[in-house]
Design a protein around this ligand. Structure first.
Ligand SMILES: [Zn+2]
Length: 495
């Protein structure tokens, strides 16, 4: 062997060992953070508990040791949230590393991870702790290691990086909401946000979700290239912002916000989410991937929302201020209530029977005020008759326009509704005898609906009355015209 070849051979031989040594160090450090944060002493890091106080002290110590600078006077961003009748104190923990590029350092990339979890319950006299190792000691640990990495490599970052350990995520993203709402960092300066929420299952999940990466102009290309270099498989991407983690308060005001996630592979929201189950080599890979990715983003001349993300947003004075509802969504809906027949030419109505319908609905959000909602329902309807019950099976298709009286971003709205419906009757019995749609009863029916409702996140609630404008008989009966009428509580779930 030549000397040169020997040198190369030795380098080649030892390089992998060095690589593993380094990986193992980081994996060990991550494991130690998670072991402590998810330990019984931390009591599942429930809101306002002594356990979360310990977790907080730990994170502050780690931020300090990493060399982060506080944004205000301390690392703590205190706020209160209402739980039942009480106000509970909560604290985000926020630190930063100033960027190096004088032109870019006023712009900020936020890396966040919520550190709260579900706490504990007393079950049959025993304390049952929800340890929350994957959710989200894993993200918190990765955040700490990223803080250390960027602190040691601060000469390589252009923009300022803000590290935020959010409180009160599990009870409704309160920490991230207050971070944005209280302008801890001016939201206009935040160009990009990551929420590390459940990153401890890389291998088992078979990759990494980067949902929302397409909200950043050119974001997907860079994320994919670095994933190739780091041998990570990206599973989810696109410009949709995840609503169920701290990305949402950022995304809903137009900041590209990415959920870094290794799936719901762990025992999600169960006491069994413990530190021994996590994939620490995988977390180490996630940390290295994020380190490279954020370094690169921090130095790009421009960080802008992508055109597809902006198209889904409301822009005021050139600033994205709010995400709009997607034009189209759909889900399942149920109608539960009662119905009866109205005798148009008599002085009485029939008594009511239980009515029920279930089916699919779609929504077309035509504007901020108007939504068109067609539905297709399998429907049981009818009425009490003098002798016995009249029960019909139908396919019912309401088509309602909803007018929003009130809406809060894309998250909640209150509306009134009205529109026609069409009904096709195909089965049923009257007093034990099958209904005859050939000669006696009408096979089709139409009428109108009116009602009101509200939507919160993916949940749809409403009240609808439905009135037929056609007779249940093909030819008018001896009692004159008889029409179906019904009233329902509706419950829907959007996918
Ligand atoms: Zn979580």
């Amino acid at each position: 062997m030549t000397k040169l070849f020997q040198v190369f051979f030795l380098l080649f031989l030892f390089a992998p060992f060095n690589f593993f040594a380094q990986t193992t160090d980081i994996a060990d450090a991550l494991k130690e953070h998670v072991r402590l944060l998810a330990s019984p002493e931390m009591e599942g890091r429930g809101l306002g508990t002594a356990g979360i106080e310990l977790a907080r002290e730990y994170i502050i110590d780690e931020f300090e040791a990493a060399g982060l600078e506080p944004i205000g006077e301390s690392f703590l961003h205190p706020f209160q949230i209402r739980v039942g009748l009480a106000w509970v104190p909560a604290y985000n923990i926020v630190g930063k590393i100033q960027g190096n590029n004088l032109d870019l350092r006023d712009e900020v990339i936020v890396i966040g991870a919520h550190y709260d979890h579900m706490g504990y319950v007393i079950r049959a006299g025993e304390k049952v702790i929800y340890h929350g190792a994957d959710d989200n000691a894993s993200g918190t640990a990765t955040l700490i290691e990223l803080a250390k990495y960027f602190s040691a490599n601060r000469d390589q970052i252009g923009r300022t990086i803000v590290f935020a350990a959010f409180d009160a995520e599990e009870s409704g993203l309160h920490g991230a909401r207050r971070f944005v709402g209280d302008s801890i960092v001016n939201p206009a300066d935040i160009k990009l946000m990551f929420s590390l929420d459940m990153v401890g299952m890389l291998e088992e999940y078979g990759g990494l979700d980067m949902k929302g990466i397409g909200a950043l102009d050119g974001g997907e290309e860079i994320a994919a290239r670095i994933a190739g270099e780091k041998d990570i498989r990206i599973k989810a991407r696109g410009h949709q912002i995840e609503r169920r983690t701290d990305t949402w308060p950022f995304g809903s005001v137009g900041i590209p916000a990415i959920h870094v996630f290794t799936g719901l592979t762990s025992p999600y929201h169960q006491p069994e989410d413990t530190y021994d189950l996590l994939d620490y080599d995988g977390m180490s890979s996630v940390k290295k991937y994020m380190a490279k990715l954020v370094t690169e983003y921090s130095n790009l001349p421009q960080l802008q929302p992508s055109s597809s993300f902006v198209a889904a947003a409301r822009v005021v004075d050139g600033q994205v201020v709010e995400l709009r509802r997607p034009f189209f969504n759909y889900g399942i809906i149920s109608h539960t209530g009662s119905g009866h027949h109205k005798y148009r030419d008599e002085f009485f109505d029939a008594n009511a029977v239980f009515n029920f319908g279930i089916g699919l609905f779609a929504q077309f959000h035509l504007s901020d005020k108007f939504t068109l909602q067609p539905e297709v329902l399998f429907d049981l309807n009818g009425s009490k008759w003098v002798e016995d019950n009249f029960r019909r099976q139908s396919l019912t298709a309401p088509l309602n326009i909803q007018y929003n009286l009130f809406s809060e971003g894309t998250e909640a709205r209150v509306f009134v509704l009205g529109g026609p419906y069409f009904r096709y009757n195909f089965g049923g019995k009257q007093g034990g005898i099958s209904i005859d749609y050939d000669d006696e009863f009408s096979e089709t029916e139409w009428g109108y609906n009116i009602g009101f409702g509200l939507e919160i996140s993916r949940f749809h609630f409403g009240f609808t009355t439905r009135r037929a404008l056609t007779d249940i008989y093909q030819n008018e009966s001896a009692s004159g015209e008889i029409r179906d009428a019904s009233a329902y509580f509706t419950f829907g779930l959007k996918f």
